[in-house]
Design a protein around this ligand. Structure first.
Ligand code: 5GP
Ligand code: ZN
Length: 119
């Protein structure tokens, strides 16, 4: 359970960070939280989210972009520790791109062949 900067009471992922909704933790530090996706699309599928409510990639600015760099460091560290070398990182931005939760998140998918282009 952690505090969320700019907590939004109607945001599912803010609630997950706070521990108000249970989740399967993969990694956590002061700035981000990683947990298994409830509806996995690959044998490995977890989400990494900042502990600051940022709506999407479209709301990344010079004031919060360091968090995104940090998240990518975490993705590299966590996949490395899992022994995963081949993986995909996805962030859907906006409903047309498939974003269903309006709190910035990066999907990390691995463990099967991936196709391109994505649907
Ligand atoms: P999006 O569709 O916004 O790119 O990704 C949102 C992701 O959150 C989806 O892959 C969905 O399965 C996942 N998700 C939605 N609700 C929950 C939940 O309550 N717990 C967990 N662990 N994942 C969730
Ligand atoms: Zn949020």
């Amino acid at each position: 359970m952690s505090d969320v900067l700019n907590y939004q009471s109607d945001c599912l992922f803010c609630k997950i960070i706070k521990g108000e909704i249970p989740s399967a933790k993969v990694y956590e530090d002061d700035f981000c939280y990683a947990f298994k996706d409830i509806d996995p699309q690959a044998p490995v599928h977890f989400l990494v989210i900042p502990k600051t409510h940022i709506a999407s990639c479209g709301a990344v600015t010079k004031h919060n972009s360091a968090l995104v760099g940090h998240i990518f460091e975490v993705i590299s560290k966590v996949t490395g520790e899992m022994g995963i070398t081949d993986f995909r990182v996805v962030s859907n931005c906006g409903p047309q791109a498939g974003q269903s939760v309006l709190h910035l998140h990066f999907h990390v998918l691995a463990g099967r062949d991936m196709t391109w282009p994505p649907g």
